[in-house]
Design a protein around this ligand. Structure first.
Ligand code: PEP
Ligand code: MG
Length: 543
């Protein structure tokens, strides 16, 4: 069986049966109605099988909230008004898929008109429609599959919300045909500790159930492996995980120069094992899929659960990073011709200042009475005045330590001026690459431009580190490049003081730093900076 090659984006190995994520079914152009009775029977059978599937999922759901949503969907599927509406449409000449689509569109409009909780449930109706239509057409169920056993999830690509709901106990690995190394799918896979490969041509041709083994570092996927090989891969991965979890000492070079190794998290759930602290708390996960922003009380609870878990340790909270590849319905930002260059990150506060001020005061309230060392930073800052305005807002909310992310080349080029108004910088190399190389971070075809070893990116990081050294203020890196054990040597050599990454990437970075002195790191950084291609920069570090 052939070996497929993609880009490894979340380390670790996995093996198991393929289970494909089916896309929502396309409603076919009105199909010739065989007979109204056949269409009605197809609809009834589809409702019965969808209800049975949802009930089974509800009975085995990990938490009660998820179970309630699923039971509510069963209730809606079997609702008499809906059933009658579909049957009437069939009597009027529609086929079952069209009748279901039209009847549920009426329900959806009513939910939206009712507002509040019901409006938030409108997307559940879309999911229900897709499920019933797929069952009517004999297509696989859309969404993350639940075959009742662990599997390797295969998809064209995943929406952030799909990935956020993945259970690492059942999703052994993840392989997508599209996506890029810095896409949110890749980031969430790393956060969840699920080995993942993206841009893997040919993966969608594999049938459900075929045993595959994947390597989330090299990006290879072996297809049609034997059950014995799959069992061996699983055992080796468990042993590697235990080994990695064992080492928790702080980051330092061989000669003792400290480089804090911090965790990137989306919620308290991601805090697996001991960490020195959190260098990037991505708060937008709390806002995903919402038609209204989370209430202040809900935010306080979410932030406090992280702060109380880390007494005496640093937690860098990033304020809402919405827009571009993280659209949020309640901000009504649709229709921008070029969203990555539009109202995103801190710029959202220009249009919705309350969202930022509520968030800052919720962070301050959550920090009260906890022993965490709470730092706050804003994403997508471009000018020194944006930075100092943000710091002023933090201070008036009672937050002492305010910083900004460096994701825009303009801010990197003027890092010294930006630093004058804030206490620290944190370089987001994912976006800094995207904006420096004019290369969409979601575009796997441009992966070589998004390579952190690109010397132009290294120059911008060096400029920020130098500004930090001059001002005596810390400059960290929290983009995905910090998780590369060799690139970490370059960063340490440039004078970066903390590296923040998915928790499972920390042990390999710790080992790499511990094997090199600060002077060696400086030599490596100097050679990488002098290189004129990513290949020669890498060669400098691997010598
Ligand atoms: C980055 O851009 O490097 C970063 C850490 O932010 P995000 O990936 O959440 O945009
Ligand atoms: Mg970013």
């Amino acid at each position: 069986m052939p070996e497929l090659q993609g880009i490894g984006v979340s380390p670790g190995s996995a093996a198991g049966p393929v289970q494909r994520l089916a896309p929502p079914p396309a409603i076919p152009p009105r199909r010739a109605v065989i007979s109204a009775e056949d269409e009605k029977a197809a609809f009834r059978a589809a409702v019965a099988s969808v209800s049975a599937d949802l009930t089974r999922r509800a009975d085995t759901a990990r938490d009660e909230t998820a179970a309630e949503v699923l039971r509510a969907q069963v209730f809606m599927a079997e609702d008499e008004t809906l059933v009658d509406a579909v049957l009437e449409l069939v009597d009027a000449g529609a086929d079952a898929p069209r009748a279901v689509t039209d009847a549920l569109a009426v329900h959806r409009a009513a939910f939206e008109a009712a507002g509040g909780y019901l409006a938030e449930r409108a997307s559940d109706l879309d999911d229900l429609r897709d499920r019933i239509v797929a069952a009517c057409l004999g297509l696989p169920m859309p969404g993350v599959p639940d075959p009742g056993h662990p599997f390797v999830l295969v998809a064209r690509d995943l929406a952030p919300a799909d990935t956020a709901g993945l259970d690492p106990a059942t999703v052994l690995g993840l392989v997508t045909a599209e996506g890029g190394p810095t896409s949110h799918t890749a980031i969430l896979a790393r956060t969840l500790g699920i080995p993942a490969v993206v841009r893997c041509a040919g993966i969608l041709d594999l049938p459900d159930g075929m045993l595959v083994s994947l390597d989330g570092t090299s990006g290879t996927v072996e297809t049609g492996v034997s059950a014995g090989t799959a069992a061996g891969v699983k055992a080796a991965e468990v042993a590697a995980r235990l080994g990695r979890a064992a080492s928790t000492c702080p980051g330092r070079t061989a000669d003792g120069h400290p480089v804090a190794l911090l965790a990137n998290i989306g919620s308290a759930k991601d805090l697996t094992g001991e960490v020195e602290g959190v260098g990037l708390f991505r708060t937008e996960l709390l806002y995903l899929d919402r038609t209204e922003p989370p209430s202040r009380a809900e935010q306080v609870a979410a932030y406090r659960s992280v702060f109380t878990a880390l007494p005496g340790r640093k937690v860098v909270v990033r304020t809402l990073d919405a827009g571009a590849d993280k659209p949020l319905p309640f901000l009504h930002m649709a229709g921008e011709p070029n969203p990555a260059l539009g109202i995103r990150g801190l710029r959202v506060a220009r249009q919705a200042p309350d969202v930022l001020s509520t968030q800052l005061s919720a962070i301050a309230e959550a920090a009260e009475g906890t022993e965490a060392d709470v730092w706050v930073m804003a994403p997508m800052v471009t000018t020194p005045s944006e930075a100092s305005d943000f710091a002023a807002s933090c201070r008036s909310a009672g937050l002492r330590t305010a910083g900004v992310m460096i994701e825009v080349p303009a801010a990197a080029l003027r890092a010294g001026a930006v630093l004058r108004g804030v206490d620290f910088l944190s370089i987001g190399t994912n976006d800094l690459s995207q904006y420096t190389f004019a290369a969409d971070r979601m575009c796997g075809d441009l992966a070589e431009l998004l390579d952190p070893w690109q010397p132009a990116l290294i120059s911008l990081i060096a400029a920020c580190a130098a500004a930090g050294a001059e001002a005596g203020k810390p400059v960290g890196v929290c983009g995905e490049s910090a998780a590369d054990p060799h690139f970490a040597l370059v960063l340490a050599g440039l004078g970066i003081s903390s590296l923040s990454m998915a928790p499972r990437s920390i042990p390999a970075v710790r080992e790499s730093l511990a094997a090199h002195t600060l002077d060696e790191c400086r030599q490596i950084a100097k050679a990488a900076l002098a290189a004129d291609s990513p290949e020669s920069a890498r060669a400098a570090a691997y010598r």
